[in-house]
Design a protein around this ligand. Structure first.
Ligand code: RB5
Length: 144
């Protein structure tokens, strides 16, 4: 079970990822957007983040044009570890070291095959804990 969302610039990639996950099969909740009409990415990110913070979903995927705007928006919230991933290594490390609970990608940046590989790696890689948990605790400590 996962929650997904995008703005207009990430719409097409969101649809492909949704299809990919549903074929596993995995249940996917979609917070929009639902077509390529222009929307404001912070509004979509806010909808999705709130449903993770409430505990309804543990992990989510978000896509905007570059992935930057949605990453900035999501990481304003304590407890959200949104990681902008572009390839196998960033996907793997974002889980092993950063315990990413929100995968962000740039729909105008990444190709479809790489994006689906990023999703698969991110979903199947475990957090390593230990010294990495200490570092995540420091992030929380330094957050205002
Ligand atoms: C929309 O044009 C674009 O600004 C948005 O998708 C994203 O890239 C923002 O960071």
């Amino acid at each position: 079970m996962i929650i997904i969302g995008s703005d207009h610039a990430g719409f097409s990639l969101k649809e492909s990822i949704k299809k990919h996950l549903e074929a596993i099969p995995m249940k996917v909740a979609d917070v929009g957007c639902f077509d390529t009409n222009s929307v404001h990415y912070p509004e979509v990110a806010d909808l999705l983040v709130k449903r993770i913070l409430s505990g309804e979903y543990h992990r989510g995927i978000m896509i905007c044009g570059t992935g930057i705007g949605m990453s900035i928006t999501a990481n304003r919230h304590k407890g959200i570890r949104a990681t902008l991933c572009h390839d196998y290594l960033t996907a793997k490390m974002s889980r092993e070291h950063n315990n990413s609970n929100l995968l962000v990608m740039g729909g105008r940046i990444i190709g479809i095959e790489t994006a689906l590989n990023v999703v698969d790696v991110w979903l199947s890689t475990e957090f390593q804990g230990g010294r990495h948990q200490q570092r995540l605790d420091l992030i929380e400590k330094f957050s205002s």
